[in-house]
Design a protein around this ligand. Structure first.
Ligand code: NAD
Length: 345
């Protein structure tokens, strides 16, 4: 099958070429992001492979369908950037990679927590410049702190297990509570209780209409003074303007982000020679207690090779006329949660 692989970076190409030695698909690697004005690059391909900041809205689905694309293979777990209903209407099968390494994301989450708490990002620069002062680097012990986990799916559960090792007191909110999570000491509470009680709040739910701006001015007002917020899920879970106000007032004591609601125009590119025109993002960068990574939580060797292998296996199953189990259809997307067919590692 001929597959147009959009938003390809050198590391994607390496992992896909290595995995493709076992599959033999005909892959065309394209640097362009998939959007309406690049969809024509899919001409001559039956399949398209897309990543998180590709925009596969209804217009793009129509453009792909008109060019004879039958399969959209997402190399991500999240699918909020895809109009799955429209794809179904246009006869395009959508597959994804439901789990490639939840450990990668959970470990990065805890790394961000530690780094922003102990100001490791500032300490790194200081020491390199011969500044060995500790002023401004004061952190807190994670032990005994209450951590609230929003979303206890694959990544949230692993984050809980790691934090249990730090001696944290764990709270969680998920519309689908999980008994296994309770077994390792997590207490499910409603969101208001979590906001009122927790010192740290970490987001591990999908982006849906229900969770859009789940962290907003109102929810921030209910939080403890000096709360730490960590988001490694999807940018639009956090209302960034409200978070900036929370940082300015001191309500938010630490903010660590791997995702940002307008990241599509920034992340995954080297813009170091360019002027950043996003004033909201630029304001975030001015706070000493904000740490941002550019959507790299997934970025481990294990995750890249699992992404490539599962994506190419999904394509192989489609070409054989089989189901991989990783298909996304409107009917198997439950209204209040991410599509999860029980896949796990
Ligand atoms: P998952 O589907 O296993 O778990 C998601 C959980 O969120 C489920 O338990 C679900 O019930 C819960 N949920 C649904 N609606 C909710 C709501 N309104 N409030 C609270 N919880 C809700 O997904 P996962 O593999 O754990 O991934 C979680 C998220 O992490 C993904 O949706 C994706 O956006 C993000 N992610 C980020 C990266 C990265 O590199 N930063 C990589 C992979 C995934």
């Amino acid at each position: 099958m001929r597959i147009a692989v959009f938003s390809t970076k050198a590391y994607d190409r390496r992992s896909f070429e290595e995995a493709n030695e076992r599959h033999g698909h005909d892959l065309t690697f394209l640097e362009a992001r998939l959007q309406a004005n690049t969809a024509a690059l899919a001409a001559g391909h039956e399949g398209v492979c897309a990543f998180v900041n590709d925009n596969v809205d209804a217009e793009v689905v129509d453009l792909l369908a008109e060019q004879g694309v039958e399969l959209l293979a997402l190399r991500s777990a999240g699918f909020n950037h895809v109009d799955v209903d429209r794809a179904a209407e246009r006869g395009i099968t959508v597959v994804r990679v439901p789990a490639y390494s939840p450990y990668a994301v959970a470990e990065h989450t805890v790394g961000l927590m530690l780094a922003v708490d102990r100001r490791i990002h500032r300490a790194y620069n200081r020491v390199r410049e011969g500044n060995f002062s500790l002023e401004g680097l004061l952190g807190f012990d994670l032990r005994s702190k209450r951590v609230g986990i929003i979303g206890t799916g694959k990544i949230g559960q692993i984050t809980a297990r790691i934090l249990r090792g730090f001696g944290c007191s764990l709270r969680a909110y998920d519309p689908y509570p999980n008994d296994e999570v309770r077994d390792y000491g997590v207490r499910y509470v409603d969101l208001d209780t979590m906001f009122a009680e927790c010192d740290v709040i970490t987001l591990h739910c999908p982006l849906t209409p229900d969770t859009h701006h789940i962290i907003n001015a109102e929810s921030i007002a209910k939080m403890k003074d000096g709360v730490m917020i960590v988001n490694t899920s999807r940018g639009a879970l956090v209302d960034t303007v409200a978070a900036i106000e929370g940082l300015k007032s001191g309500k938010i004591g630490n903010l660590a982000l791997d995702v940002y609601e307008e990241e599509g125009d920034l992340f995954f590119e080297d813009l170091s020679d360019k002027v950043i025109t996003d004033d909201v993002f630029s304001r975030l960068l001015t706070f000493p207690n904000v740490l941002i990574t550019a959507h790299q939580a997934f970025f481990t060797q294990e995750a890249l090779s699992n992404i490539a292998e599962t994506t190419l296996s999904n394509i192989a199953a489609y070409t054989r006329g089989d189901r991989s189990g990783n298909e996304l259809t409107p009917k198997n997307i439950r209204p209040n949660r991410g599509n999860d067919d029980g896949e796990d590692e």
